[in-house]
Ligand binder design. Structure first.
Ligand SMILES: Nc1ncnc2c1ncn2[C@@H]1O[C@H](COP(=O)(O)OP(=O)(O)O)[C@@H](O)[C@H]1O
Ligand SMILES: [Mg+2]
Length: 300
């Protein structure tokens, strides 16, 4: 795609079997594998917004690819190839549109627990801590601040709701869903990946406050799936302006959420269109996160 290309809000690939359609991604079956296509859609407050964000699908996909490579010695993952020219079942005329935003992946049995790891106190974690001194029932020291660093990264799983909000659960509740051995394996691996990635990101001026992983069963193995360590699945904060005791500016869609909060939208009906400048700045934030983390400007 070139920088003049319009945003992609939905795909039109009638000859491939649709496996699933998420808020952002469209997933097709190709033989025994899946083609994960990230559109430029953006969601907030569980609604898909009417506008797309230029380059967002490509940023999410290339960033996931970057992290899959960086964490390869810690875990096997679902990525087969990003080179869609290798995939015969995609028609020639569709390749330009899909290039960069699509990944051929191994199709797994998704483990129905969202594996959230938190290194800092923000969002629903901060809310629970303020009320009870815990996060997902894990006791934490007193006197932690909003956006403060935790003594150790913690595993705070949530349910993977088919519709509606995901719900935070305790580790023992995750054990009930997956069995103990599997819950322990995905906890240990999720924390190990978070540690490696967040240490790396710090050297690039980004704090990864928290992030969500998904895992799947592939034969007798447990492999890392979905998107990994992107602004859609994580909270990224600029290190240079980090100051605990309040909420932090971020590279994710917080900017869009703030705009919607101020817009007067009641969150009960279809969301309003985003103004041009909100779209442009959000796009710049995604591109900036990519450039900072990888050390390279994304080729648009
Ligand atoms: N390798 C895989 N095999 C099967 N399903 C996968 C795989 N990787 C990701 N998924 C699923 O694909 C969907 C990704 O689409 P997305 O737009 O992110 O959906 P959502 O709105 O649920 O976040 C998720 O439901 C995720 O669990
Ligand atoms: Mg998702």
């Amino acid at each position: 795609m070139t920088s003049n290309d319009p945003v992609l809000l939905k795909t039109d690939i009638p000859y491939l079997k649709l496996h699933n359609k998420g808020k952002v991604r469209e997933i097709f079956e190709i033989d025994d594998n899946l083609l994960l296509v990230a559109t430029d859609r953006i969601s907030a407050f569980d609604y898909i917004l009417p506008n797309g964000i230029p380059h967002k699908g490509k940023v999410l996909t290339l960033m996931s690819e970057f992290w899959f490579k960086l964490t390869r010695e810690l875990t096997e993952n679902h990525l087969i190839t990003m080179n869609i020219d290798e995939i015969d079942k995609i028609a020639k005329e569709d390749k330009d549109l899909l290039r960069g935003r699509s990944m051929l992946v191994k199709k797994v049995e998704v483990i129905p627990v969202e594996c959230i790891v938190r290194g800092y106190l923000a969002g629903s974690g901060w809310k629970e801590y303020k009320e009870n001194g815990t996060v997902c029932k894990i006791n934490l020291p007193d006197n932690l601040k909003e956006s403060g660093k935790l003594p150790e990264p913690i595993f705070t799983p949530s349910t993977k709701a088919e519709s509606g909000h995901d719900e935070n659960i305790s580790f023992e509740e995750a054990v009930k869903i997956t069995g103990r051995e599997l819950a322990e394996e995905i906890r240990q691996k999720s924390i190990a990946i978070y540690k490696k990635a967040s240490e790396y990101a710090l050297t690039k001026g980004i704090i990864i406050s928290d992030t969500k992983f998904e895992w799947g069963k592939y034969g007798d193995k447990v492999i890392l799936i979905d998107e990994v360590l992107t602004p859609d699945s994580s909270r990224f904060w600029p290190l240079e302006s980090y100051s605990p005791g309040k909420s932090q500016p971020s590279f994710d869609k917080q900017f869009v959420r703030d705009h919607l909060e101020k817009s007067g939208w009641d969150k009960q009906c279809a969301p309003p269109s985003l103004p041009e400048d909100v779209i442009r700045i959000t796009s710049e934030k995604y591109l900036e996160a990519y450039a900072k983390l990888t050390g390279e400007e994304m080729v648009k």
